[in-house]
Design a protein around this ligand. Structure first.
Ligand code: FES
Length: 128
């Protein structure tokens, strides 16, 4: 089992399995679960989950360009770090909301916050 995050970081999160085929390396997939609209991205470093709408002007990030350590928005080309959601270009851009993910017994899970909770963020190495 590969897991990032501690029990303390799990506070306020409920974990859900991601069922069905997962995206291959270098691709993204949009999912909606429990009222959360997010993207599962699979880079060379593993899986990341983040809000489906760009924090700048709500473009669909799944239609953007996934690179090894960041995603590029298709509308104005802002770049967001997969590790922590910060905006890399421009530097003063808004932060992308990330969701916690982990791989447990070959299954990818996403930690979804209860209403009003913070998503936090972490990556999960492959291990599938
Ligand atoms: S909507 Fe994404 S950079 Fe503007």
């Amino acid at each position: 089992m590969e897991r990032r995050g501690s029990l303390a970081e799990d506070k306020g999160l409920t974990w859900y399995p991601i069922v069905g085929p997962l995206p291959p390396v270098g691709e993204m997939q949009r999912r909606t679960m429990q009222g959360h609209d997010f993207v599962i991205a699979r880079s060379v470093d593993g899986y990341t989950a983040f809000n489906a709408a760009c924090p700048h002007a709500s473009a669909a990030l799944v239609e953007g360009d996934l690179r090894s350590h960041y995603v590029i928005c298709p509308l104005h080309n802002y770049r967001f770090a997969l590790a922590d959601g910060r905006c890399l270009k421009p530097k003063d851009g808004p932060r992308l909301r990330l969701y916690q993910v982990n791989v447990r017994d070959g299954q990818l899970w996403v930690g979804l916050p209860s209403r009003g909770g913070e998503a936090g963020g972490a990556r999960a190495a492959e291990g599938l």
